[in-house]
Design a protein around this ligand. Structure first.
Ligand SMILES: [Zn+2]
Length: 133
């Protein structure tokens, strides 16, 4: 079975509505069914489609929560490691003493709080976001 538009539509009838309103109801029902058809898998009912999508969302939310916990754990470890290196052996992050200042910059950027302007969708990050002209 494919998702071709059906040729027969059985709109819910409401005898309290005028014949003209019932025709309008049927046309609206048909339009809703056709709009829904693009989301349905072959042979799937709208209720099964909704259940499938809810299950997908549940799985994604579980994955998101797991990854958020993992990300927060890794961030804590990196923050501690960075502080340890800066405290005990800062030359490792200093170009003048043969260290890797670029890595230090990347770690600082990664640990910095997210830019509120970028988070609000105001385009790519710019110096103006940092209050600089
Ligand atoms: Zn920004």
């Amino acid at each position: 079975m494919t998702n071709q538009p059906q040729t027969h539509w059985y709109a819910p009838t409401d005898e309290s509505r005028s014949p003209l309103e019932q025709v309008a109801d049927a046309l609206r029902y048909k339009a809703e069914q056709e709009a829904m058809a693009v989301y349905l898998k072959d042979g799937e009912t709208p209720a099964a489609c909704v259940a499938r999508n809810r299950a997908d969302i549940d799985r994604l939310m579980t994955m998101l929560a797991r990854e958020k916990r993992r990300s927060e754990h890794l961030e804590r470890l990196l923050r501690n490691l960075h502080a340890l290196v800066r405290g005990e052996c800062p030359s490792l992050l200093n170009e003048d003493s043969g260290g890797d200042a670029a890595l230090d910059g990347l770690i600082r950027d990664a640990l910095a709080p997210p830019c509120p302007f970028c988070a609000a969708g105001d385009g790519p990050h710019s110096l103006a976001h940092e209050g600089q002209p």
